[in-house]
Write a protein that binds this ligand. Structure first.
Ligand code: HEC
Ligand code: HEC
Length: 305
């Protein structure tokens, strides 16, 4: 792939130019509504949220501070000041943490552009089974893509803060995951990786009215679709075994450790997002699986790693 041999500065410049040219041409594709295609892959039936009204959703979303959300926007990504990379072999952990803290500060000051939704994948999970309210914001400069998730379950009181930083100064990019505690960011890994198999995830609202500003959500997803190939930083320090990578060409041609794949490999450990993404018809992106392909996938997911 040609982009792998370009120096990083050129690569980013190239990407940005392309990005705005594309945006001028067409607005991003709207996110398809979440409707189960009844593949039998879900471990729990699709959650019935009919009791959860749009009004209740808006009220709960605003409990984070109404002035921090529904911001006017031209881009879903807030630009951070450019930085000269200080090391050749990647950002230091302190630099990564500083980005995470900066993202939280910008959100708290009302300077982020959050996408607010009830996310499908976490809500549908067998252990949660209640609306998970998300405010997702993106930030970027020439050395990092930074993401902030401000989240609460409908039944809980306070908002939790989580962050992902993609270090763009190395190739492939490295993904750092952290929970932002009052004392500062605490790095996480495996607990996030079971859903975040390839860094930040696209937004999927559980229901069409459970997202504020659908065009913003679509623009955010375009940013996610264009993200560089990355791998989790925690695996470079502590290799772990997640079972065999997904063997089916109908997934692996895009999800694999090969250089030309769109996204990093999927393993059995990613069973939850795989079941949800396929059942709700989001994956593969351009067609529905045939019954025999679903049967193969199901058998593989059920095999213990
Ligand atoms: C049960 C699956 C699941 C787990 C586990 C999980 N996440 Fe997420 N996360 C999601 C989904 C799904 C989204 C997008 C949700 C939406 O539709 O708004 C998301 C969004 C995010 C975002 C916003 C950027 C993006 O990816 O869209 C951040 C930041 C984030 N998560 C951090 C974390 C961190 C840090 C951990 C581990 C402490 C973690 N997540 C664990 C499912 C998960
Ligand atoms: C044509 C390429 C392509 C094929 C084929 C494909 N995917 Fe994806 N997949 C993507 C892209 C691009 C994303 C990120 C954007 C998004 O989530 O919409 C993604 C996202 C995902 C995610 C969320 C985690 C991540 O990497 O962001 C899961 C889980 C997933 N796909 C599962 C599957 C499964 C299972 C199959 C096979 C049944 C499959 N995909 C087939 C391109 C593909």
């Amino acid at each position: 792939m040609f982009r792998r041999i370009l120096p990083i500065g050129l690569l980013i410049l190239g990407k940005l130019t392309l990005h705005s040219a594309e945006q001028a041409k067409e607005s991003p594709k709207a996110i398809a509504p979440a409707v189960s295609t009844e593949t039998g892959l879900l471990l729990e039936p699709p959650l019935d949220l009919s009791y959860f009204t749009t009004e209740r959703f808006v009220e709960m979303m605003e409990s984070v501070g109404a002035e921090k959300i529904r911001k006017p926007w031209t881009s879903p990504v807030v630009s951070l000041p450019e930085r000269t990379p200080t090391k050749v072999n990647g950002l230091s952990k302190d630099e990564v943490k500083a980005y995470m803290v900066q993202a939280k500060e910008l959100f708290d000051q009302g300077k982020a552009v959050p996408v607010s939704d009830v996310g499908l994948i976490s809500t549908q999970e067998d252990v949660i089974r209640q609306p998970m309210l998300n405010h997702v914001s993106a930030f970027a400069n020439n050395t990092a893509r930074v993401y902030l998730l401000v989240q609460r379950a409908a039944s809980s009181m306070g908002w939790g803060y989580y962050s992902i930083v993609q270090d763009l100064t190395v190739d492939p990019a490295l993904d750092y995951y952290a929970t932002l505690k009052p004392s500062g960011p605490r790095f996480d890994g495996e607990s996030c990786y079971k859903c975040h198999s390839s860094g930040p995830l696209a937004i999927h609202p559980t229901r069409e009215d459970l997202v504020l500003d659908a065009p913003l959500a679509a623009a955010f997803n375009q940013h996610i679709a264009e993200q560089p190939r990355s791998r989790p930083q925690f695996l470079t320090e502590k290799p772990a075994d997640f079972g065999e990578p997904i063997p089916f060409k109908f997934c692996a041609r895009c999800h694999s450790t090969e250089d030309d794949a769109d996204r990093d490999a999927l393993y059995q450990t990613h069973s939850h997002p795989i079941r949800v993404m396929v059942d709700f018809g989001y994956m593969p992106p351009n067609r529905r699986l045939k019954p025999e392909e679903i049967a193969e996938l199901k058998a593989w997911l059920e095999k213990k790693p």
